[in-house]
Design a protein around this ligand. Structure first.
Ligand code: P6P
Length: 334
């Protein structure tokens, strides 16, 4: 009998003990994310043939141009998560406020989800890979009552699961429940995610740095000095490093997770607190990074120790190989 890779559903059941408050709840939750990611994959793979490329004509709460697929992906995740009765509310980059799912059907729901349903969507029109990022918390408000803002503003160290979907040359789902990181690749002919990257480990060192050097003049001196360090010639420390910046966070993060590297979006005069959002971009990727042996900080403190003050709060973000992030921090006075 030909061996086949274990499916995501089989993997979850085998590892159900890893998910607190178990009784199959993780499998239901991830199953809805699986379904949504397959539907998003279908929409993305034919985007050039349907009228879903380009801007939607509105701006999101960030004041950024919303792409048609941002809105479509957001709706897909809302419907998929609402269909299962275990999530009581959802916060998303595409919505100013969180939404509470129907109280009757979700009266016993224990979890909330925060997501960037389609990060890097401006790349869609030029056929560059994009991603979904998600973060899962156990609610802190009483079960049986509507979700509250407090449920969504928990520090990242309270996450019970987090992950991303990369819509790249293949569609991959990578997640953690705090017991390591595992990657699953969508087998399109079967429509199943199959374990392709078990126990993912981020190299503690790397030779790749990902930053938008177009903002160089706007960066603080410490960041400029670290970029110069990356570009200096020093064979003993494998420098100059290679610059790789796709402009799609999930893609840059995933490559650095596999090969080693650092991604950073620091504060600058163009973005006083950086660009990336703490709750649904930095926290979930920080959870993945740390579970894979990497590190994620705002340049000074662990991302997952930051107490969020608002849903769309931005923070400077340095994430990747531990030794590279620590080196960058040393240039920032940390
Ligand atoms: P910039 C996409 O909008 C995103 O949130 C990340 O995916 C990406 O890394 C970053 O912003 C790109 O921003 O300012 O370099 O174009």
């Amino acid at each position: 009998m030909q061996d086949r890779a274990i499916t995501l559903g089989e993997f979850i059941i085998e590892n159900q003990r890893d998910f607190p408050y178990a009784s199959g709840e993780l499998s239901q939750l991830l199953s809805s994310i699986k379904l949504a990611s397959k539907i998003v994959t279908r929409e993305i793979r034919k985007a050039g043939l349907t009228d879903i490329l380009g801007a939607s004509g509105v701006e999101n709460v960030q004041g950024e141009t919303q792409m048609k697929l941002d809105d479509i992906a957001n709706d897909i995740f809302i419907k998929a998560l609402e269909a299962r009765g275990i999530v009581c509310g959802l916060a998303s980059e595409e919505m100013e406020d969180y939404i509470i799912f129907d109280k009757e059907k979700h009266v016993d729901s224990k979890y909330v989800v925060l997501t960037d349903p389609l990060d890097g969507s401006s790349n869609i029109d030029v056929n560059v890979s994009v991603g979904t990022i998600f973060s899962i918390f156990r609610r802190v408000s009483p079960v049986g009552s509507p979700a509250t803002l407090e449920d969504f503003l928990q520090p990242g160290n309270k996450q019970i699961a987090a992950g991303y979907v990369l819509y790249g040359s293949s569609t991959m789902l990578v997640y953690t429940t705090g017991h390591g990181v595992n990657g699953f690749t969508l087998e399109p002919s079967l429509g199943t995610f199959q374990l392709s990257h078990p126990n993912m480990i981020m190299p503690v060192d790397g030779k790749i740095y990902s930053v938008n050097t177009g903002n160089y003049l706007k960066f603080p001196d410490g960041v400029k000095n670290y970029i110069t360090y990356c570009q200096d010639v020093d064979s003993e420390t494998n420098r100059p490093y290679t610059g790789r910046y796709i402009g799609s966070l999930v893609s840059d993060f995933h490559r650095n997770l596999l090969k080693g590297g650092i991604y950073f979006y620091p504060e600058g005069t163009n973005a006083p607190s950086g660009k990336l959002r703490l709750t649904y971009e930095c926290n979930p990727l920080a959870f993945i990074a740390e579970q894979a042996g990497g590190l994620a900080t705002d340049g000074h403190q662990r991302i997952m120790d930051i107490q969020p003050e608002s849903l769309h709060q931005r923070v400077p973000f340095f994430v990747g190989s531990t030794n590279m992030v620590k080196k960058a921090m040393s240039f920032l006075g940390s």
